[in-house]
Write a protein that binds this ligand. Structure first.
Ligand code: NAG
Ligand code: NAG
Ligand code: NAG
Length: 317
């Protein structure tokens, strides 16, 4: 399969656009209220169902499991069942986005910036997904990858990239209730693991010898930097209520640590935002142990087509 990496020249525009859209709508549209950011239609619901069916077909296979093992060795190999959303919609009924994918033979996947592991994992898995779609529908579908600059805000630029038609699907985001108000997460899940948060400090810090597993309250009253608007913040707060979390853009976490604005920086150990920088910056040391949060389930997300499943029928296609 061929693919192209398209540089995100639209990222700056997208960020401005995003700020405006966010101010207008908020990211937390109330259930039952139509979110003005919603632009999906039945074709997006069909696309979600088709991708979901492809995922249920590949995720027990050797090819997928070896990609999973390589990039997310701590992930479980058992997935929540998803029969309800795992059947291919008939090509004859294809509309909107789904009809275009079948006609043009191109499916556009949005990938995050500065996240090599996640990019590699997704490129490999997305190739398996389009192969399954191609063979089911008897057409040649190629994946196209678009990198979206999500360094300032982790999630919203992706919702907007889908809403403006720059990407059709995301296959790497963690499912959260809040996100499920603005993208369609009804697909079968792809990755499932227990989230653990690790903490890094300067090697000169007196905290450097701390073992978080042995002493989970060692950071109580300390300031710890986490990525801006990150999905695991509320779980982290529940697990370690004494830690003072301070939100920073991903690229600003290490500088904040070096400038002494925070005592430590934290992220999800399985490829979380900022991880690569923490591992490669000299002078940082990871504390022994971790904070164990809860399950992290990742599924494919497409354009949102209705606040309460009224449009989607929740996988009933
Ligand atoms: C950290 O603490 C845990 C729990 O007490 C212990 O099992 C583990 O061996 C410790 N790690 C180190 C490197 O001492
Ligand atoms: C996490 O996921 C696994 C596998 O699906 C499941 O067995 C377990 O009960 C889940 N744990 C929690 C806390 O939800
Ligand atoms: C190291 C690296 O990949 N840096 C990139 C991080 O993302 C920004 C914005 O997309 C790129 O400009 C950098 O090259």
């Amino acid at each position: 399969m061929m693919f192209a990496l398209v540089p995100s020249f639209f990222a700056a525009v997208l960020l401005l656009w995003t700020a405006a859209a966010q101010a207008q709508t908020g990211d937390d549209a109330q259930q039952g209220e139509r979110d003005p950011a919603v632009v999906g239609d039945i074709g997006d619901v069909q696309l979600n169902a088709a991708i979901s069916a492809a995922i249920s077909q590949i995720r027990d296979g050797e090819a997928f499991l070896s990609v999973l093992d390589e990039h997310f060795p701590t992930a479980t190999k058992t997935f929540p069942s998803c029969e309800a959303s795992a059947s291919y919609p008939p090509a004859a009924e294809a509309e909107g986005t789904f009809a275009e994918v079948l006609e043009d033979g191109v499916l556009v996947f949005g990938l995050p910036a500065n996240a090599t592991t996640i990019q590699q994992f997704n490129i490999e898995v997305d190739n398996l997904i389009v192969d399954a779609l191609s063979s089911h529908y008897g057409v040649d579908i190629s994946p196209k990858f678009v990198i979206v600059d999500n360094l300032a805000d982790f999630f919203v630029p992706f919702r907007e990239a889908m809403n403006v038609g720059e990407a059709d699907v995301l296959t790497w985001f963690t499912v959260t209730e809040r996100r499920a108000h603005s993208v369609d997460y009804t697909s079968c899940s792809l990755v499932n693991f227990v989230n653990e948060v690790g903490v890094w400090v300067l090697d000169s810090s007196e905290l450097a010898g701390t073992n978080l597993t042995a002493k989970p309250d060692a950071l109580d009253g300390m300031k710890v930097g986490v990525c801006d608007n990150c999905f695991y913040i509320s779980d982290f707060t529940k697990t370690a209520p004494g830690v003072l979390l301070e939100e920073h853009a991903v690229f600003d976490m290490v500088p904040a640590l070096k400038q002494g604005k925070v005592d430590g920086v934290a992220t999800i150990l399985a490829g979380g935002p900022g991880l690569e920088e923490f591992l490669t910056t000299a002078g940082l040391v990871k504390l022994e142990g971790s904070f164990v949060l809860g399950n992290d389930t990742r599924a494919a997300a497409t354009r949102y087509a209705g606040p309460d499943g009224a449009v989607t029928g929740q996988g009933g296609l």
